[in-house]
Design a protein around this ligand. Structure first.
Ligand SMILES: NC(=O)c1ccc[n+]([C@@H]2O[C@H](COP(=O)([O-])OP(=O)(O)OC[C@H]3O[C@@H](n4cnc5c(N)ncnc54)[C@H](O)[C@@H]3O)[C@@H](O)[C@H]2O)c1
Length: 400
């Protein structure tokens, strides 16, 4: 079968990491794409990615500046790794041109932006896949299997806490601007995705928000960034299954940092490590103590990674992995590409469900909207855009 003709749109940090993922997929002999073009408003960025791709794939890859320039290459799909406030514009135009789209997280800058993309996806019948790499981490997959298998009994409490960062710039200045989504959305959308991936749907949210560090120091450039987006959220969640969640995402923490993802149930607890670390989960069951390695696998007879994940991570029933971060990153991005190709070629839904990707954006905004209004909000109010006072400012900034 012919390969799917692809362009990478957005050739900054993540565009280049995606290229690493495609190279990894190619090396594994599972690449169903032909990367024909690299597109970026900054032509040098497109040229530099195209050059790297040419060196890896040994065929010409054209660099262009605008989406419409891609027409002449008869592409069928784009991988959009542009800045978050451009996601909806790029994805909608691409789908209207008849192309399939894989889109980096957060799916959209607001729920309105997500809804617009979803409507375009439905009317054009294009595949719209959200590249939520944490979905594919084998450790999160085993974590979900443990909960599904009721090894900790009925879930009662989830703790998702991260604190750190001080007053440094997080990777790029745009991550501190509201019109860029702010760090709470840009980073937190991964966590909110995993929260519902493991625990099921959140029903209500109450939160406080803060902007602790309005002036951020950019170490490398010894310059300052004036932040207007909040950098900390402290929330209580209630899940539809009756469990309660505590969610802290504080990008301004000084001193000792925290990373915690715990789930407590009626029979035991599950402690999950940082995403993309490959460290094992700690399952502790009353009367049995800590269950590890082979013992853990014995308790999970149904647990099996899919073919590509097993191939890239070294086994279909692994419960940990030890790899350099760059390799882990590329492997997860390779799996995303594989899933995108399978969705296009077999006319099936991508593994990251579009509604779930939207809800991960919605859950971050539920916290921000709750803090803005000073009351509990429901996820239904957020997803239906009935509550959007906080997002209105962001929507105005991006002309929605
Ligand atoms: N999943 C992850 O682990 C992860 C990590 C980092 C970034 N991201 C996501 O990847 C996306 C890009 O982030 P980044 O760090 O690469 O940003 P970046 O600023 O490094 O790169 C973005 C690139 O997009 C280009 N661009 C912007 N608008 C465009 C348009 N309309 N058409 C073509 N090119 C355009 C810019 O010129 C720039 O080169 C964001 O959505 C971010 O949240 C995901």
């Amino acid at each position: 079968m012919d390969k799917v003709r692809l362009a990478i749109v957005g050739c900054g940090v993540m565009g280049n990491r995606h290229l690493n993922g495609l190279i990894e997929l190619d090396r594994a002999g599972l690449n169903k794409f032909e990367l024909v073009s690299a597109c970026d408003l900054i032509l040098e960025n497109a040229e530099s990615l195209a050059k790297r791709a040419e060196e890896s794939f040994n065929y010409p890859v054209k660099a262009v500046q605008r989406l419409e320039d891609l027409k002449e290459f008869e592409i069928q799909a784009i991988d959009a790794t542009v800045v978050p406030w451009e996601h909806h514009t790029v994805a909608i135009e691409a789908m209207q041109r008849g192309w399939h789209v894989m889109l980096e997280k957060p799916m959209g800058l607001t729920i309105r932006a997500c809804n617009m993309m979803k409507r375009t996806m439905e009317s054009t019948k294009s595949v719209l896949s959200v590249a939520e790499n944490f979905h594919y981490d084998p450790i999160n997959i085993i974590g979900r299997e443990i909960i599904k298998s009721a090894l900790i009994g009925t879930p009662r409490l989830m703790i998702q806490n991260s604190v750190g960062g001080g007053n440094s710039v997080i990777v790029t200045p745009w991550r501190h601007y509201k019109r860029g989504g702010g760090p709470l959305l840009d980073v937190g959308v991964h966590y909110s995705y995993v929260v519902e991936y493991l625990m099921g749907e959140v029903e209500t949210v109450y939160a406080y928000k803060r902007l602790h560090e309005p002036v951020r120091k950019n170490g490398k450039m010894s310059s300052e960034v004036k932040a207007d987006a909040e950098d900390a959220i402290y929330a209580i969640l209630s899940f539809k299954n009756g469990a309660i969640g505590q969610f802290t995402e504080d990008h301004a923490g000084h001193g000792q940092g925290i990373w915690q993802r715990f789930i407590y149930g009626s029979k035991g607890s599950l402690n999950l490590p940082g995403d993309r670390s490959g460290k094992p989960v700690t399952l502790t069951i009353d009367g049995k103590g800590v269950i590890k390695d082979e013992h853990l696998l014995d308790m999970l007879p149904e647990y099996r990674l899919d073919e590509i994940t097993a191939k890239l991570f070294g086994g279909e029933r692994i419960c940990k992995y030890e790899l350099p971060f760059a390799d882990i990153d590329s492997k997860l991005l390779a799996i995303e590409y594989f899933d995108f190709a399978e969705s296009i070629l077999n006319n099936r839904r991508p593994s990251v469900d579009i509604n779930q990707a939207m809800r991960s954006v919605g859950l971050i905004y539920a916290m921000l909207e709750s803090a803005h209004l000073g009351r509990t909000v429901t996820m239904d109010e957020i997803m239906s855009e009935k509550v959007n006072a906080y997002q209105n400012e962001v929507n105005e900034m991006i002309g929605l």
